[in-house]
Design a protein around this ligand. Structure first.
Ligand SMILES: *Cc1c(COP(=O)(O)O)cnc(C)c1O
Length: 360
């Protein structure tokens, strides 16, 4: 029996043997006393890699974003955010519930961008009628889409012209950096270039980087000091968390340049699914492939794939995410299974992929 090809998310990865060894060997202390050398090393490394003064290790990206938003905004302040952004839609409304921060959600285009004109007109004047607009929040990648560098530059400049700070939900920052890297540029350098447009950035180690747990918030020393208080208040002061930080540090040192492999596998999957009647590849950038399934057959396709050991998520549209624990053979199995569902022979799959047809 073949092992499962789990394409539900890049969060499903298991720590590699080398990562487990790094965890096992990690020096530990009590991080609430600031004493854990592994946590301190990770925080210093990620901050300097991304061009910030300081960083704070967190159990989750949700908490990291929340601490960031609450470090920027107080009660009665407002942040501008995409209608479909993770911080607004998928984090339990934490900014409003716990921070008394009013979200001002705006429509996004198919690539996740809010129009600059919409951002400008959502920034409210200093008037007793209005909440104080303090922050613009972007997400990169958004649904697998990397944000163009000039959009980041323009949105950030617009926000700063109006005295706003800018936060990036960079759960998949390093996937965005992999897509943005110019020839000869490292993923870390491209990530720092993206971060230069932001006052704070939240990154996840538990997604494409392959660590079991953890995120970090990066920013100025003053911002991180405020975030530290919120982390404690929300129960995120961990003790010998160096075990987890060591995995994240290992991932930063060894798993950045390999993200390009995940992106290549996503392209291989998209190309393998192209041209099937009843299925449309909607987008396939970085490590996430979305397909639309015609005639309401999405749930049936999902169940069919599951029986054959291929896992994805979705309903009308299906989502496939590539990561450290899938290889080309697994992707080809997924392609074969989708073809089989639609009653077609996928022998030509490899040939189509070899032609390198673009799917964008
Ligand atoms: C995964 C993710 C987060 C944080 O998720 P956690 O499960 O809380 O770690 C935040 N933003 C985006 C865009 C994400 O994909």
């Amino acid at each position: 029996m073949n092992p499962t090809v789990d394409l539900r998310s890049d969060t499903v990865t298991q720590p590699t043997a080398a990562m487990r060894a790094a965890m096992q060997a990690a020096p530990l202390g009590d991080d609430v006393f600031g004493d854990d050398p592994s946590v301190n090393a990770l925080q210093e490394r990620v901050a300097s890699m991304l061009g910030f003064e300081a960083a704070l290790f967190m159990p989750t990206g949700t908490q990291s974003n929340l601490c960031g938003l609450m470090a920027h905004c107080g009660r009665g302040d407002e942040y501008i955010v995409g209608q479909l952004a993770h911080t607004y839609k998928y984090e339990g409304g934490g900014a409003a519930v716990l921070g008394s921060i009013q979200p001002q959600p705006l429509a996004q285009n198919a690539a996740g961008q809010m129009a600059l004109a919409d951002i400008a007109s959502a920034i409210k004047p200093d008037d007793a009628h209005f909440a104080r607009t303090k922050l613009l929040c972007l997400e990169n990648t958004w649904n697998g889409h990397p944000m163009p560098m000039d959009y980041l530059a323009q949105a950030s400049a617009l926000a700063r012209e109006h005295g706003l700070s800018v936060h990036l939900d960079g759960a998949r920052l390093f996937n965005a950096a992999t897509a943005a890297a110019t020839p000869g540029e490292t993923v870390a350098d491209a990530a720092r270039r993206i971060c230069s447009y932001f006052d704070s950035v939240s990154v996840c180690f538990s997604k494409g980087l392959g660590a079991p747990v953890g995120s970090a918030l990066c920013g100025s020393k003053a911002l991180i000091a405020r975030a530290h208080r919120v982390r404690k208040m929300t129960g995120g002061g961990m003790r010998q968390s160096g075990f987890l930080a060591a995995a994240a540090l290992y991932a930063l040192e060894h798993h950045l340049e390999r993200l390009a492999d995940d992106h290549a596998l996503a392209l291989r999957l998209a190309q393998g699914l192209q041209g099937l009647a009843g299925l449309q590849v909607r987008s396939a950038q970085t490590n996430i492939v979305f397909v639309d399934v015609a005639d309401g057959r999405g749930p049936a396709l999902l169940a069919y794939l599951k029986e054959r050991g291929v896992l994805a998520t979705g309903l009308i549209g299906l989502r496939f995410v590539t990561h450290l624990d899938v290889d080309a053979a697994g992707i080809d199995r997924a392609v074969q299974a989708v073809h089989a569902f639609f009653g077609q022979d996928a022998k030509s799959v490899g040939a189509a992929a070899a032609k390198g047809t673009s799917v964008y």
